[in-house]
Ligand binder design. Structure first.
Ligand code: BGC
Length: 447
């Protein structure tokens, strides 16, 4: 097999605002739900927060230079909504917006494509006070914010995405409570999901009115494989798959929710108006896929509301976040998207792994497990292209070790090591490896 990626392939790295920027309240910014969540003592056991994080807000010029040295031609980052609109609506904070103008300019100057995500989980706290994702007005709040961003940057930004991983926003934020805003409520989760989809749709409509380039959505997909052929395991696998992988894509591409949603949520699943689903179903220009792992799924009556749980695979490798390393799942996912939703342009917008990295010795961080993970997943992405998938780019998660949400700084996903005392950046062996993939357009994947 010889590896070579299509012309114009985007080679990027991804981050998100709250995880890397620091200075969350600088220059007139308002707090987000993550600012509050990390300040609520028992929610983030380590006590870590994004006050400093990687200090990307102030160090971005050096960071952009570093990305260029690594040979990246794209940088996927998110905008902090409350930096731009401290109250979430109405009053624009020009200084906050300026940060993104400067970041985009620096990327362009260095020949890199800015891939802008409008929402990566950090809702303005002021909007949470008004019900956050549970308030039906959130769709137009989001579209108004999106419009501010399009007007400021669409002359220079050619790829936009509305939401990052709506499933995680509701599962973590409204059902299980491990992520901000930390609610645990079966009845809220479907409402939040539906409003996220309406917000996505409203932001796409706003883009069609005045944007000139491309807009898409980013979802996380974790393919589900049944633990056995028993009817119970097969049904559990279908429920898990509908809940995580089809809940957002079926409405966007097919204009309906999977039937299994009613089965999963029971009386907590409302009948959503047909007109909303019409609105949600509208063409997008590309889809971003975040892929980390798979799940082998079995029936489990104790694991609610899905009545399904994952089975740990003996003799398989797992990352520090207990995710199975399963590269074939990336090929399967990309091919599944093509078969189920059509052959639209796809990007792997996140892929990567947290591993324990040995201490830096003489300026080097050796992370052989991450190198291996990336090599095998890039081969798997290539395999999908060989099977006819229109894959146009790949972003590693993450450029930096950063704040892994409620797990704090304990889980390192970066290809660049960050010393959280000194904030010094040290490219790991995986960064060197990835650079070489980019330089040779994949030829070193043969080795
Ligand atoms: C998110 C990132 C997160 C990563 C690793 C993705 O779900 O988009 O923000 O850090 O996974 O958990």
């Amino acid at each position: 097999m010889s590896f070579s990626f299509p012309d114009g392939f985007l080679w990027g790295a991804a981050t998100s605002a709250y995880q890397v920027e620091g200075s969350p309240l600088a220059d007139g910014a308002g707090p987000s739900i993550w600012h509050r969540f990390t300040r609520t003592p028992w929610l983030v056991p380590s006590g870590d927060n994004g006050d400093v994080a990687c200090d990307h807000y102030r160090r971005y010029p050096d960071d952009v230079r570093l990305m260029r040295e690594l040979g990246l031609n794209a940088y996927r980052f998110s905008v902090s909504w409350s930096r731009v609109l401290p109250e979430g609506t109405t009053q624009v904070n020009e200084k906050g917006l300026d940060f993104y103008r400067r970041l985009v300019d620096a990327l362009l100057e260095h020949g890199m494509w800015p891939l802008v995500t409008l929402y990566h989980w950090d809702l303005p706290a002021a909007l949470d006070n008004r019900g956050g994702w549970l308030n039906p007005d959130v769709a137009h709040w989001f579209a108004d914010y999106a419009q501010v961003m399009y007007r400021a940057l669409d002359d220079r930004v050619e790829m936009w995405t509305t939401l990052n991983e709506p499933w995680v926003v509701t599962d973590g934020g409204y059902l299980h409570g491990a992520l901000a805003p930390g609610h645990r409520n079966l009845f809220e989760a479907p409402i939040a999901s539906h409003h996220l989809l309406l917000a996505h749709a409203a932001a796409v409509e706003a883009y069609r009115a005045e944007g000139e380039h491309r807009i898409g959505l980013v979802v996380n997909i974790e393919p589900k494989y049944p633990a056995s052929e028993s009817a119970e395991d097969l049904a559990a696998t279908r429920r898990a798959e509908a809940y995580m992988n089809r809940q957002y894509l079926d409405p966007v591409f097919h204009g309906r929710y999977p039937d299994e949603m009613k089965e999963v949520f029971g009386e907590a699943w409302p009948d959503f108006p047909a007109a909303d689903l019409e609105r949600i179903r509208q063409p997008i220009d590309f889809l971003g896929i975040n892929y980390y792992t798979r799940s082998v799924t079995r029936f489990d009556s104790t694991c609610l509301p899905l009545k399904a749980s994952g089975v740990r695979q003996k003799r398989h490798a797992y990352t520090e976040t207990s995710w199975e390393v399963y590269p074939q799942g990336l090929t399967d996912t990309l091919v599944w998207i093509k078969e189920r939703y059509g052959n639209l342009p796809l990007y792997v917008t996140e892929n990567g792994a947290a591993f324990y990295d040995p201490p830096t010795v003489e300026g080097e961080v050796q992370d052989p497990l991450r190198v291996d993970y990336l090599r095998n997943h890039l081969r798997a992405a290539h395999q999908a292209i060989a099977q006819g998938v229109d894959l146009r780019g790949y972003c590693v998660w993450s450029l930096f070790d950063n704040l892994e949400w409620s797990l704090g700084f304990s889980k390192r996903f970066g290809i660049v090591h960050v010393d959280f005392e000194t904030l010094k950046r040290t490219p790991k062996a995986s960064a060197r490896f990835y650079s070489e993939v980019i330089r040779t357009n994949g030829k070193n994947l043969n080795d």
